[in-house]
Design a protein around this ligand. Structure first.
Ligand code: ZN
Length: 151
């Protein structure tokens, strides 16, 4: 059983863009299978976190490495419009930073799971990635990122 209503499901299927990307779906399914229950894309919270675990006062962002300007093996600058992309992605990075701080200031714990932890040559095994995620969810830590394996 998924947690989406029929209406949400239709909206999600129509939606094009960075939401409901494959890594996010994988994380959602895997955590759900491990018994975690969450809300999706809560608009009331800063940055509209992908998953919200009210019981654990924890949110998860599953971030695409390009759009969120991750310094990793999946990130590549586009060949054209270099200045545009630099401004755009730097703006995204600063906004992420601001939203993270707002969440932490209001008592939320924030976990970022990078796309490169789930896909690409340096990805973790799904078990490893999920083990790290569930450890964070149950912990009292304020902030953590899960990314690709370091070479
Ligand atoms: Zn990455």
């Amino acid at each position: 059983m998924d947690v989406l209503t029929e209406k949400q499901r239709k909206l999600n299927m129509r939606r094009i863009g960075p939401k409901n990307t494959k890594p996010e779906m994988l994380v959602r399914r895997a955590l759900h299978a491990r018994g975690f229950r969450y809300r999706l894309h809560d608009k009331k919270l800063p940055g509209k976190p992908d998953l919200v675990f009210p019981r654990y006062r924890c949110v998860i962002f599953v971030n695409g490495c390009f759009w969120h300007n991750h310094n990793c093996s999946l990130f590549k600058w586009p060949k054209t419009n270099r200045q545009f992309w630099m401004d755009k992605l730097e703006g995204n990075r600063l906004r992420d930073q601001r939203k993270k701080e707002e969440l932490i200031e209001s008592g939320w714990r924030v976990l970022v799971i990078w796309e490169c932890a789930i896909k690409g040559v340096n990805r973790l095994s799904v078990d490893d990635a999920l083990e790290r995620a569930t450890t964070f969810i149950r912990s009292g830590s304020g902030y953590r990122e899960i990314g690709e394996k370091m070479p």
